[in-house]
Structures are given as structure tokens and as C-alpha cells.
Design a protein around this ligand. Sequence first.
Ligand code: IMP
Ligand code: MG
Length: 175
Amino acid sequence: MIFQPQLKILISRDEIAKVIDRLAREIKRDYHEKQPLLIGVQKGSFVFMADLIRQLDLPLELDFARISSYGAARESSGKARVVQGIKTPVKGKDVLVVEDIVDTGITISFLLNYLRKRKPASLKLCTLTDKPSRRRVPVSIDYRGFTVPNKFIVGYGLDFNQKFRNLPDICVLED
Ligand code: IMP
Ligand code: MG
């Protein structure tokens, strides 16, 4: 490898798999007579989404939205905007938003407000990781995988400058 970053495993692939089993059980219990529309937040949630939906034997639909708040930096700009909206109609659907991480909460609260205006029957949030120490906007999380410390994490879909999304474990990037 040309660039050898300092990576330390924070959450192993086995721990991730166990937590996804638990989240899938919670979701199946709540949506067993429903046909939820799962909306992933691009790009970070795609690995989590792929593993989660394969544990959900529900007649679900799937779409992705792309919200921009972080640039290439680690700090949120404090603003968010929809870069690519979803094409599936939301009105009357049981919508479950799937996120990789809730950090300041700016991105996800923006998306939740955007979706709420489109009148879903219900709207819930599932996040693989939660970094509550950095919250700037209150967010109500219905399904939470892990609470993580105030460290920058990569892997399992999460990036730093678009790199490391392919790591199978969640790692801390140390500089
Ligand atoms: P928020 O708007 O501050 O909650 O940030 C949400 C987005 O920032 C997430 O969807 C991630 O894409 C990114 N993000 C926040 N913290 C981290 C991290 O520790 N590692 C990688 N990406 C992060
Ligand atoms: Mg994200």
C-alpha cells in the first residue's frame, strides 16, 4: 500500500453482524404487517443497508437520497441540501430512513423534515452508529446500532475523503 493510515478497529465485523441481527429483529417486530419504504442516505449507508435488508423478510421497497452537508472536510458546514432526491413516492408509506452515523444531526434532521413534508404514513430512523457527544440538532432515533465515542470513524461504508468505505470493520482514523 502506498498510503499506510493509522487505523484501529473500533467495531469488528462480527460485532456489526450481531447488532444488525438485533436491529432486524426490532424492525421486523414493528413492521410485520407493513410494507416499509427504506430510504438510505448516500453514500455511507449502502453497506449497512445491503446487510440489513437481507435480514428483513418483509415486502419492503428501497430508495436512496443524497444529502450534502460535509464537504471534503471532517466538519459539518452547518447546512444541508438535497443533492439527489428520491424518486419513489413517499405519501402514505411507512418510511424507515437508514443512516450510517448521526453526528451533529444536521444532515438527518434535514432529510427527515424534507420527507415529513411529503406526508408519509409513518417516519422512523435507523442508524448504525450514533455520536451523541457532537449533537447540535436534537434527533429522535428509533433503532440504534452502536453509540460511538467522539472519534472520526471509517469503514463499513463510512469514509474519510471518499476513502476507506471498503473496510469490513469500523475503524478509528488516527492522525
Ligand atoms: P451530521 O450532519 O453532522 O450528523 O453528519 C452526518 C454525516 O457526516 C454522516 O452521514 C456521515 O456521512 C458524515 N460523518 C459524520 N461523522 C463521521 C465519522 O466519524 N466518520 C465518517 N463520516 C462521518
Ligand atoms: Mg452519511
